[in-house]
Design a protein around this ligand. Structure first.
Ligand code: AMP
Ligand code: GLY
Length: 424
């Protein structure tokens, strides 16, 4: 089979790596890909929002399945266009990707169907939002309605912060049109867990849990990022919590989407917070997480291609998902200054030390080839260094030792990925 992956970050490298293990995969294309993905896939210079060009490429190159990694094309309707052209594609249609595309939609869905989440109000008018915030209890959370690269969330401890947040989101439009609407939400406390799950419109099959580290700095300080590292499984995600989530959150979400006439096929990412009152949904995403994919897929024993095909064909109920008992931990090597301001274009050394290793992996996030074929930094998040080991502690030690083998100017990483492992 020929497969086309849409995207070019660490998540897409992990997807390519996992699909490449399937005996039925003959050739992988990736648009646009990156310098790491190029070692297993043919990179194609087409942007993720160029739907017509991507569909024409898939048709011309006998692509049997297209896998969309990124949120923007999903929310923009790439799956609908591929389906119109008779092309097989893994991911939700536009009317289902709205689960990630609009926080107001997802909050209303959860409320309507009794899925546990934080209390909230939605505003389309800055004056009304400000009036509400003058009477609210603090801390409180402000969220731009639309896609904002995971950065459209402000946690405000005082009224002044909240009022300036309203100005930023709704008046100055710091997150663009994502700020036309705003959700104001109750602040929840407890460990955060990410659970990714395959869905086929009616059946849902959760993968192993993971714990992300979203803040840029050690000790969970500094600005929110796309994710500075994570690990799987989460020690907080017990069997009891898993049972509760399957019954009260996962299946009800898929059922709710089906009942709304928006059947969800693809991956639903549940961002959960384990509060004292029980697990609650913080957010949904309509795709694999980045870097969640980099720690969940290395633990997956099932054939990713088979699972994705079962999802597309509505046959997930026939699939048994299985995961290794090993722990997996990933440290993101970023460019210093990410997510605000950073330089790129520096040569990367040490990548050859990962050759042939099955338990130490380096997924490329922002890399490209230089003029002489050398590999250069090309983004805020540059690499995800990932290790598998029998315990999470060993995986952490191994990932950090491996991270030290990689060199580039302005290299920045958090040094406390997996700190929660010692706190349970
Ligand atoms: P999101 O983009 O919705 O994932 O939010 C980014 C981060 O903000 C989350 O990973 C949480 O750490 C935090 N956050 C979002 N909503 C809440 C909430 N209601 N209570 C506490 N923290 C939150
Ligand atoms: N790591 C969080 C996300 O992919 O949204």
């Amino acid at each position: 089979m020929n497969v086309l992956i849409v995207g070019g970050g660490g998540r897409e490298h992990a997807l390519a790596w996992a699909l490449n293990k399937s005996p039925r995969v003959k050739k992988i294309y990736c648009a646009p890909g990156n310098a790491g993905i190029a070692s297993i896939a043919e990179c194609v210079p087409i942007g993720p929002m160029e739907f017509e060009k991507l569909a024409a490429f898939a048709a011309d190159h006998a692509v049997d399945l297209t896998v969309v990694g990124m949120d923007d094309p999903l929310v923009g309707g790439i799956v609908d266009l591929f389906e119109e052209r008779g092309l097989r594609v893994f991911g939700p249609r536009k009317n289902a990707a709205i689960l990630e595309g609009s926080k107001a939609f997802s909050k209303d869905l959860m409320k309507k169907y009794g899925i546990p989440t934080a209390e909230y109000r939605t505003f389309e008018n800055a004056g009304e939002a400000a009036a509400y915030l003058r009477t609210a209890r603090y801390p409180i959370v402000l969220k731009a309605d639309g896609l904002a690269l995971g950065k459209g969330v402000l946690i405000c401890t005082t009224q002044e912060e909240a009022l300036s947040g309203v100005r930023e989101i709704m008046e100055e439009k710091r997150f663009g049109d994502a700020g036309l609407k705003m959700v104001v939400e109750e602040f929840l406390e407890g460990p955060e867990v990410s659970v990714l799950a395959f869905a086929d419109g009616k059946t849902i099959k959760p993968m192993a849990s993971a714990m992300d580290h979203k803040r840029a700095g050690d000790g969970d300080t500094g600005p929110n990022t796309g994710g500075m590292g994570n690990f799987s499984p989460s020690p907080f995600y017990t069997e009891e919590i898993d049972r509760y989530c399957r019954e009260k959150i996962y299946q009800p979400t898929v059922d709710a989407m089906a009942r709304e006439g928006r059947p969800f096929t693809g991956v639903i990412f549940f961002g959960l917070i384990l509060t004292k009152e029980g697990p609650k949904v913080l957010e949904y995403n309509a795709r694999f997480g980045d870097p969640e994919a980099q720690v969940v897929l290395p633990r997956m024993e099932s054939d990713l291609l088979e699972v994705m095909e079962a999802a597309v064909d509505g046959k997930l109920d026939e699939i048994e998902l299985s995961f290794k008992d090993d722990g997996c931990l990933c440290v993101v090597l970023a460019s210093d200054g990410y997510p605000v301001h950073y330089e790129k274009g520096f040569p990367i050394g040490g990548l050859e030390t990962f050759a042939g290793k099955e338990d130490e992996l380096v997924f490329h996030a922002g890399t490209k080839f230089g003029e002489n074929g050398e590999i250069l930094t090309n983004g805020g998040r540059v690499l995800a260094v990932t290790a598998l080991a029998p315990t999470l502690r060993e995986a952490r030690a191994k990932a950090y030792a491996a991270a030290e083998r990689v060199t580039f100017a302005n290299r920045y990483m958090r040094h406390d990925i997996g700190h929660a492992i010692d706190e349970v």
